[in-house]
Ligand binder design. Sequence first.
Ligand SMILES: O=C(O)CCC(=O)C(=O)O
Ligand SMILES: [Fe+2]
Length: 314
Amino acid sequence: MTPFLAAHRSAARMPGSKPGPDSVYFLTMNKHTYMSEEWNRWLDSSLERGCRTEDIVAAMVASDYDAGFAERVVRERRDERARPATVAATAASPYKYGTPTIRHGASTIATGDRTVRVAMRFEQPVVALLDDVLSEEECDRIVALARHKLQPSATLSPTTGENQVKDHRTSQGAFLDKIDDPVLHRVNGRIAEIMNQPVEHGEALHVLHYGVGAEYRPHHDYFDPANPGFAGTLKRGGQRVATLIIYLNDVEAAGDTVFPKLGLSIVPRKGSAVYFEYVNEAGQLDEASLHGGAPVERGEKWVATKWVRQGVFK
Ligand SMILES: O=C(O)CCC(=O)C(=O)O
Ligand SMILES: [Fe+2]
């Protein structure tokens, strides 16, 4: 039996031509663009049996799915299944450094509309200090977009997965999502080029504001899968793999980004950024990426953080 027939043969057990009577679904020109639980199960079993992407898509289109939607869903699910599960490196199984994702080996990184300068690079862990990431005007625009959206910063509870406001993170923050702004689009595109990752793998840009005394104690940006509370966020595009923290202003005193395991301290400078990555191809998590925002002593501190996932962030 050809894989095409295999995909069709399973049509006998397909969930029906509609995505399910009890589920909301959307039609584009009368074509389905919603996956019910049943269809997701069918997709997984088709992939499990080794059906080809085009045959699965054809079977979905024959059941009135939108072709573009079906292609995207099958491709993303295939990628998701191919991803390594991540695990914290241990003394017995230390982190193995491979080829960095960022192309920071030269003195500059060229993007479509700006040349970013590499001011410092570190290989183990992979850390790069980058200058000229944003113009002064772009920094000001990002601050203006975030200012009225700020909320006390929360972190995800490792046990329950709920957002919690804690004193180890005393800043205010806002995700710049659902905003149609040309500067924000441009900045997100440039960040994807710098980080050498598809733009869709990035979470929405997150802006943080620290007043005097505010800090973000040392932490890892990845979600340790050993903690049950992180299961939900890990389904949204997989693990975080790299971070870019962009400084949106000059801080009068202190407020450095610190890497305690490296003895490294980055002084915030408007338009500059620090990049670091912490997952290798085998899915190991690099504990040396521990970092934090030291307390601001005078003035204020604004940063924009981009966290990038293994796959498309949903
Ligand atoms: O403010 C800083 O320097 C650190 C921010 C940070 O760690 C983060 O946004 O994940
Ligand atoms: Fe962080």
